[in-house]
Design a protein around this ligand. Sequence first.
Ligand code: ADP
Ligand code: MG
Length: 421
Amino acid sequence: MDVEERRVLLRADFDGPLTPASAGLPGGVADDTRIRAALPTIEELRRRGARLVLVSHLDGPQAPDPAYSMRPVAKRLGRLMGTPMRLAPTVIGADVVDLTELLGPGQVLMLENVRFEAGETRNDPRLASALAELGDLYVNDAFASTNMVHASTSGVARLLPSAAGRLMEREVNALSAIVDEPARPLVGLLGGARLADKIGVVRRFLELADVVCIGGGMCFPFLAAGGHPVGQSLCPREDVGRAGAALREVAGARDRLVVPEDLQLASWGSDASAVSESLDGVDVPDGRLGLDIGERTAARYAEAVLTAATVFWNGPMGRFELPQFAGGTHVVAEAVASTSATTVVGGGQTVDAVRQFGLEESMNHLSAGGQAMLEFLEGRELPGVEVLRSDPPIQSGNATGPEPDGPAACRTLTRGSSGRG
Ligand code: ADP
Ligand code: MG
């Protein structure tokens, strides 16, 4: 894409925790991970002479609300870039168009929180058109929002020549490397809380991977489906049905699935100071619940990781927020950090755990994709990615303006080869 002197509308993902406003002082950015993650695309576009217009959501207000203003984000980003930027008073409108026209090459304007517009989540064509007035080209770097069909991720992409940003490109490439002809053995480590949230990914990995190690709360439906008592462990009845169906319906699933052989338990009803007791085996007595995989299981999962060529990990192996139940997650994290395999790690709490252990620099790719990552791995089409691959608009809407660049220059995402979907 030739972006020099063009107004580039960049959809970024600046959604992150804010510190609450107090005593008349405005709130601030509590965690700037996502702001930092957007920097490579922002800096590259500035270097290449783009006139940059940034748009993002922040939390989910339904109407303009100063508590969700982009102001703290604009301030933090300005500091990280080493140059202050302007914040538009609203998301769209004639005044905002004027502000975009005033931008010089390399200068940046941030729009207000796109969720201030009710049309955003409805993908209202009027909002999409109003957003398209604010740029000559559109770049989407908000991978975590690509599972939604919103005006700023989908509608506007149909109206302007579009491309993926660097972060989006990295996410799609890293996740494609897991599902499209991965180096083998491919090992999936799947954990977390509820099987219901992840069953699509579990089934996909049972088809795709050579070994699937299950931990976290999710192991109990599989253990229950195998006839083991689970005590008071996290194990909704519907999830036992889901686990059993996956084992029956996915050919070869029983050969690939590895479940815990020992556990760490707590007493039912105990609090954060719960004593962790080892169980040699997986028959959880009544009055107890499993909150971590056991030592032998952790060693076995680590061994699988160390002999893998590709590893994907989503979901903590236990209640790692409590130190006495963090052991399994820690052992697995150390193995993922030290294996010579290509490693892709994702999921909100999984990334938190990796950070807590100080291992984030040792992973090949830490995905911030959340739900979009899970859907991509399941093989579902992500509307916000597909729209970047589809044909660009015939004309840019401004008949007297510069012609859009050739479509090939705008398509940076290549379609995977495995026939996902
Ligand atoms: P991610 O955000 O990485 O995708 P999830 O949201 O699925 O992961 O699950 C993370 C949560 O699962 C953590 O807060 C952790 O405490 C919880 N968890 C892990 N193992 C268990 C368990 N055995 N019982 C209850 N909760 C668990
Ligand atoms: Mg989570």
